[in-house]
Write a protein that binds this ligand. Structure first.
Ligand SMILES: *[C@@H]1O[C@H](CO)[C@@H](O)[C@H](O)[C@H]1NC(C)=O
Ligand SMILES: *[C@@H]1O[C@H](CO)[C@@H](O)[C@H](O)[C@H]1NC(C)=O
Ligand SMILES: *[C@@H]1O[C@H](CO)[C@@H](O)[C@H](O)[C@H]1NC(C)=O
Ligand SMILES: *[C@@H]1O[C@H](CO)[C@@H](O)[C@H](O)[C@H]1NC(C)=O
Ligand SMILES: *[C@@H]1O[C@H](CO)[C@@H](O)[C@H](O)[C@H]1NC(C)=O
Ligand SMILES: *[C@@H]1O[C@H](CO)[C@@H](O)[C@H](O)[C@H]1NC(C)=O
Ligand SMILES: *[C@@H]1O[C@H](CO)[C@@H](O)[C@H](O)[C@H]1NC(C)=O
Length: 649
């Protein structure tokens, strides 16, 4: 459950630290709780069956039963070791080879969802000109590896020539720095020297503003390494990779060596100008409000107005345009470096082209992919997960979802999440919420007024189930994609066209801010729910409402035992601030601290293969898990009770 539930990261910087370290440690608790849930569901199903109620003979129930039985180790005594009894076989069958990386129920469900999308994308689709047809054609062009291999690096070479060429292959003419930069940003969504995007303003999240930050460098920065020797090793690997790119694109060894080495030192100088996030937070320089005119004075090497006009076309910008800068020190340093390196063998041109190549690399043939994979393996170590990811359809699905997320969302929702399921999901949510209210009435450490506040807080929570509403408006989505042309057998050109499309679409955000409820942080086929603090909303994507968590044909105890628990868990995240006694003047802090201490100790007493967790660190998640289970249990026992009453068990 830990892996599934998250508080939206962007919303909760305060929780950020906790979340990041949670991933590694969450496995233990996850497995324990999973056992509790599955065991619980099993128990309920068993109770219903043995009490003479109608057993659920629907196919979906039988599938669930088979899953539960397959996870169970019947030779273990449940009273001795309930976890082994209910989950041990699952574990034995879901470990990734030697790395002992466990696959969770969530991983398995996500895999199933992706396979459904794969099947949907493989179908032939006739509706000419629709966004769906374009998505399907895009996917097919990606799967057409024969065509991609036959073309090799040719389309990329032609493109490089178009933006002025580079000394690596000999064919180059002196180019205008500002012009190339504008072309890369406007046409190819490539931002070599800085990142420019539209996002909510910190002072008023309902307003979108242009934001400028340092770019995401591919090479890890020196500060990531404790020892200089390991950093030099990384630089060497990266140098070899860039040289290989150069030679794949037709460069001569001797030229490549000099030029690429110089470019690499330029990159590492740029990287050194980046102010670490912590320092930026400390110095409160994360949202520096300024205008394009002022930025031009601070960082003169870039023609800011023209390049931002190119990046945000068709939005009209002038020099008084307000912008937010996240790392002014970097921008100043970057500008200085561009000036200093201006006359050194076109280094800035080579750097820009390398960024373009990096951005387009998913569209290139296997030689490029292999070179990249080799670099990744060297940097991060070979992983079996990486090997599994190498399957072509996964790459193509991932590429397609980058450009066609709303379309794929609509496709999967039509397939797996009928209106009936949505209605039932809502009903479960409201019942869980009712149970939470009555639980709240019994909380002894809150005074009456605080309880009422907590209740109001839950009551005002926005519920979003399944998908952002706008993805089902197919006519609107078709209209959005109307200018995008996708051709069969031209994957490279399709990616280029999509990059341009995406860039334009992002710009339009400035002109037409989207209603908040359409801005999801997960895709509809995701299996992760979350609470967004910024929007005060809980989000449950359609991908979760599937076996083994949910089905309209399941006995309701089973739905409450899984989805109900997830819902209660997210609901409880709205209370996170009460966990700190200083935030709750109406709370009896002694009782509260006692309760917290109890929970911390309970979780620290668990161990799996000698691993313990830090109960303080994971407190918020644990509180939501435990409370969620208790609340969902409360509803389902009421349900079973009512069932018994009506059937005279
Ligand atoms: C099932 O439990 C028995 C008895 O505890 C144990 O010997 C066996 O190894 C377990 N099987 C698995 C797959 O864990
Ligand atoms: C794991 O389960 C699958 C079916 O779900 C089965 O075919 C396979 O043999 C099992 N593997 C192991 C190691 O038990
Ligand atoms: C590369 O070096 C070789 C000699 O090692 C030379 O003949 C050749 O002209 C050089 N190529 C370029 C493009 O300078
Ligand atoms: C880019 O344009 C700006 C503004 O016109 C100019 O000051 C700067 O020198 C140009 N940069 C380069 C590297 O030519
Ligand atoms: C600049 O743009 C803003 C809107 O973004 C507009 O209000 C202002 O009048 C423009 N100024 C000039 C000189 O065009
Ligand atoms: C394009 O932008 C609109 C809103 O500005 C958004 O609803 C839509 O999902 C975006 N499309 C893509 C493909 O990102
Ligand atoms: C547990 O986490 C808390 C909160 O982050 C931290 O202050 C504490 O030092 C950690 N304890 C141990 C033993 O690591």
């Amino acid at each position: 459950m830990k892996t599934s539930q998250k508080v939206s990261e962007e919303d909760s910087r305060a929780l950020g630290k906790k979340r990041r370290s949670l991933r590694g440690k969450s496995l233990l608790v996850f497995v324990l709780l999973l056992s509790a849930i599955l065991g619980f569901a099993l128990l309920l199903a068993y109770t219903i069956r043995t009490c003479g109620l109608e057993p659920c003979n629907a196919e979906e129930c039988l599938v669930l039963l088979a899953k539960l039985l397959a996870a169970r180790n019947a030779s273990t005594d449940p009273c001795e070791d309930f976890f082994s009894y209910s989950c041990r076989k699952w574990e034995a069958n879901h470990t990734l080879g030697m790395s002992m990386q466990s696959v969770t129920v969530f991983d398995e469900l996500l895999e199933e969802n992706q396979l459904i999308l794969k099947r949907l994308l493989e179908q032939q689709f006739g509706g000419r000109g629709s966004a769906k047809e374009k998505a399907i054609r895009f996917y097919h062009s990606c799967m057409d590896t024969r065509q991609i291999e036959a073309q090799g690096g040719q389309p990329l070479k032609a493109l490089i020539k178009l933006v002025g060429g580079w000394s690596i292959t000999g064919h180059w003419k002196p180019t205008d720095f500002n012009q190339t930069l504008q072309t890369l940003m406007g046409k190819y969504n490539t931002f070599p020297f800085f990142k420019a995007y539209v996002g909510p303003s910190a002072s008023d999240p309902s307003i979108n503003i242009i934001q400028i930050d340092h770019p995401q460098f591919e090479m890890p920065p020196e500060s990531n390494y404790k020892e200089i020797s390991s950093y030099s090793k990384v630089v060497r690997m990266y140098l070899l990779y860039l040289m290989e790119l150069g030679s794949l694109l037709g460069g001569h060894q001797n030229v490549t060596m000099t030029d690429i080495s110089l470019t690499l030192s330029f990159i590492s100088y740029l990287q050194k100008e980046v102010t670490p996030l912590q320092e930026r937070q400390k110095r409160r320089m994360l949202f520096h409000y300024t205008t394009i005119r002022e930025l031009q004075e601070q960082a003169p090497a870039i023609d800011w107005l023209s390049s931002l006009q190119a990046a945000f076309h068709p939005v009209q910008l002038n020099a008084s345009q307000p912008i937010a800068v996240h790392d002014m020190d970097y921008l100043k340093g970057m500008s200085r470096l561009i000036g200093e390196w201006q006359n050194r063998r076109q280094v800035s041109q080579i750097y820009m082209i390398l960024c373009l190549v990096g951005n387009l690399s998913p569209a290139l043939d296997s030689q490029f992919q292999d070179a990249r994979q080799k670099l990744m393996d060297q940097l991060h170590g070979k992983s079996e997960l990486g090997t599994a990811m190498a399957e072509r359809w996964r790459k193509c699905l991932s590429e397609t979802s980058i450009f066609f997320e709303p379309v794929l969302g609509e496709m999967i929702v039509q397939e797996i999440f009928p209106q009936k399921a949505k209605e039932l999901a809502k009903k479960i949510f409201y019942e869980v919420r009712e149970a939470l209210y009555s639980q709240l009435d019994q909380v002894e450490w809150m005074d009456k007024q605080t309880r009422q506040e907590a209740r109001d807080k839950v009551n005002s929570l926005q519920l979003e189930i399944g998908y952002p509403e706008n993805i089902l408006q197919t006519a609107k989505v078709d209209h959005e994609y109307q200018d995008l042309e996708i051709h069969a057998n031209a994957f490279f050109h399709n990616v280029v066209a999509c990059l341009k499309f995406l860039r334009k679409n992002f710009s339009l955000k400035l002109l037409y801010p989207q209603p908040h409820h359409n801005q999801w942080e997960v895709v509809p086929w995701s299996v992760h729910s979350y609470y967004s603090m910024r929007r005060h909303a809980v989000v449950f994507p359609a991908g979760m409402f599937r076996i083994p968590f949910f089905h309209t044909k399941f006995p309701s105890a089973v739905n409450f035992g899984a989805m109900g628990v997830f819902m209660a868990h997210e609901l409880l995240h709205t209370f996170y601030e009460y966990v700190l006694p200083e935030n709750c003047p109406g709370c009896n802090s002694e009782m509260l601290l006692q309760g917290i201490d109890c929970l911390v100790r309970q979780y620290e007493s668990y161990s799996l293969q000698g691993l313990h967790i830090n109960g303080t660190f994971t407190l918020l998640e644990n509180a939501a898990d435990t409370g969620g289970l208790a609340i969902a249990y409360k509803v389902s026992t009421i349900q079973i009770y009512l069932l018994f009453m009506s059937v005279e068990c």
